[in-house]
Design a protein around this ligand. Structure first.
Ligand SMILES: NC(=O)c1ccc[n+]([C@@H]2O[C@H](COP(=O)([O-])OP(=O)(O)OC[C@H]3O[C@@H](n4cnc5c(N)ncnc54)[C@H](OP(=O)(O)O)[C@@H]3O)[C@@H](O)[C@H]2O)c1
Length: 242
């Protein structure tokens, strides 16, 4: 996939992986729109990209708010034109310290699912139709090994990621003849605010930098034509086809 000129919408772009991925894509000429709730951090990321000569825009919104989804899609298209690449990266852990399932409030599970699963579903619904009309588009679900491995205390988040993984496979099946591809990417453990909130005692020096995970994901995106729609990819293990 040619990155230059790519109309790109990344949820959760004000720090961590989303900011690193948007910056890396903008350096390669993508036209990037970020979504996050906190304006100051979002503005700082956008300004840094612009100062380096890239194109970036910020939309302050909550992807878990159903009333925000169509305004996000409309504003993004108004800023950079049709969205060719949609990255569902924003994510909620729910309350921390992470609770056991028996201690998890149903409302907290609902909040995590609203941000990590229902929000991506709504935003894909708002954007994938126009991708199908144009016969091109790539939607990326950012997932976690917690969606595969049943780690104690990661219940709400893990369930949301498992469902997100399967959502990507079903989207891929339903849109396989429409030119719209869905990939699910596990970035691996990274030194970010989310990781610190979930595992405050972790040895941060042993964690990957989000910039390194972002660089791998950019290579995956650049090779997307060679990857089957519906694939789930571990970024740290991915190698381009020989
Ligand atoms: N860090 C890891 O070790 C790790 C491992 C595996 C997978 N992942 C996945 O990688 C992705 C990025 O994680 P990260 O570690 O970079 O997280 P992070 O540093 O906490 O960043 C999360 C981003 O999402 C935004 N966000 C959160 N809730 C949002 C909402 N409701 N609406 C809009 N934006 C929202 C945050 O900004 P605001 O708070 O201002 O909204 C922030 O920009 C997530 O999908 C995560 O599950 C991370």
């Amino acid at each position: 996939m040619e990155i230059r000129g790519l109309g790109t919408l990344i949820t959760g772009g004000s720090r961590g992986l989303g900011a690193a991925l948007g910056s890396a894509l903008a350096r390669r000429g993508a036209r990037v729109v970020f979504v996050a709730r906190g304006a100051p951090d979002l503005d700082a990321v956008v300004e840094e990209i612009r100062a380096a000569g890239g194109e970036a825009h910020g939309i302050v919104a909550d992807v878990g708010d159903k009333n925000a989804v169509y305004p996000i899609a409309g504003a993004a298209a108004a800023l950079v034109g049709p969205i060719d690449l949609l990255v569902h990266n924003a994510s909620s852990l729910g309350p921390t310290p992470l609770p056991l399932l028996l201690d998890t409030a149903c409302e907290d599970l609902e909040e995590v699912l609203a941000v990590n699963l229902v929000g991506p579903f709504r935003l894909s619904k708002a954007i994938a139709g126009s991708m199908a009309v144009r016969g091109r588009g790539l939607v990326v679900h950012v997932t976690s090994d917690a969606g595969v491995v049943p780690y104690a205390r990661w219940g709400a988040y893990g369930v949301s990621k498992a469902a997100l993984d399967h959502l990507g496979r079903i989207w891929a099946e339903e849109l396989k003849d429409a030119g719209v591809k869905f990939l699910t990417v596990d970035p691996g453990e990274m030194d970010t605010a989310m990781h610190a909130a979930a595992m405050p005692d972790a040895d941060r020096s042993a964690l990957a930098r989000p910039e390194n995970a972002a660089a791998r994901i950019v290579e995956i995106l650049a090779s997307a034509e060679t990857i089957a729609s519906g694939s789930r990819i571990e970024a740290s293990a991915w190698r381009p086809a020989a």
